[in-house]
Ligand binder design. Structure first.
Ligand SMILES: NC(=O)CC(=O)C(=O)O
Length: 282
């Protein structure tokens, strides 16, 4: 046993790069199979991709949206309980009154919903000749930060486009997070250019572990996800990365590694608050 495991400072994460189809019951069934495999292989925290129960696309959100609690979150709660894992439910379209959100929920091993994050930054982009996407045509943004605690780790949650906003990651670090999780579905234009770069940037900026969890790539989908689910350590190095196919990425994270890197390069104590400052509004 290594010294980190002996002091209980480590945790194994199972990041599920799941192949998401149009059939919601089939997605739930596949999700259960993959969570079972991850749990069997020792993952304490299991995370699903953005839109784990429906295809990613503005034309699908209203049709697949559910209230929370609802069918899919009750399913996730039971899975977390059955396999005794912390389960980060990627994201799903949520209906609340006449509004829709892109929402992630987190369940404890007893099945309790411990966190709910609504995507704060909506994915509205226009790259001529390549991709135009406007989540704001159908979705409303969330308005809050979301953190939860697992075995001594404080974890901050964002969804996909949220990773492009360094202030949000910095806010999570200021709140005491050592790990940031981003269920996400980058595409074939932005994925190769920015997916790994952004995860490594947020990790180095804040000296945290960053994991980004994508659906598997499906060339038949209207929106083709990049895949490449990954975990980066607080030094900015890749711990593990998938290719584009359905698979589970395992990554061991270590609180001592975070502490040690923060001691060696103490940037959080060297901020020039006389020149600039991150301001919390909520
Ligand atoms: N899908 C997203 O929310 C974000 C994305 O694909 C990108 O930022 O690129």
């Amino acid at each position: 046993m290594n010294s980190a495991a002996a002091t209980g400072s480590t945790m194994l994460m199972g990041l599920i790069q799941m192949s998401v189809k149009k059939n919601k019951p089939a997605n739930l069934t596949r999700c259960a199979q993959l969570v079972q495999i991850a749990a069997k292989n020792g993952a304490r925290l299991v995370a699903l991709p953005e839109c784990f129960n429906c295809p990613y696309g503005t034309e699908y959100f209203a049709e697949y949206a559910e209230t929370i609690p609802g069918e899919s979150t009750e399913f996730l709660s039971k899975l977390a309980q059955q396999f005794k894992v912390w389960l980060v439910g990627g994201s799903m379209p949520e209906r609340d009154g006449d509004k829709l959100y892109n929402t992630s929920t987190v369940f404890s091993p007893t099945g309790e919903c411990v966190a709910k994050h609504r995507k704060v930054h909506l994915f509205d982009i226009d790259i001529p000749g390549s991709i135009t996407f406007k989540e704001s045509e159908t979705l409303s943004p969330g308005n809050s930060f979301t953190t939860f605690n697992v075995d001594g780790f404080k974890i901050g949650l964002g969804i996909c486009y949220d990773i492009r906003f360094p202030e949000m990651a910095q806010a999570y670090a200021k709140l005491g997070c050592q790990v940031l999780l981003y269920p996400g579905a980058f595409n074939m234009t932005t994925g190769p250019a920015h997916w790994e770069l952004l995860a490594r940037s947020r990790a180095v900026d804040n000296q945290v572990y960053v994991a980004s969890i994508s659906p598997a790539r499906s060339v038949d989908a209207d929106y083709i996800a990049y895949g490449h689910t990954l975990c980066v350590d607080p030094w900015g190095c890749l711990v593990a990365e998938a290719d584009e196919t359905e698979q589970i990425v395992y990554a061991e994270i270590d609180l001592n590694e975070v502490k040690s890197i923060r001691q060696q390069i103490p940037v959080s104590q060297q901020k020039r608050s006389d020149l600039y400052q991150l301001q919390f509004k909520k």
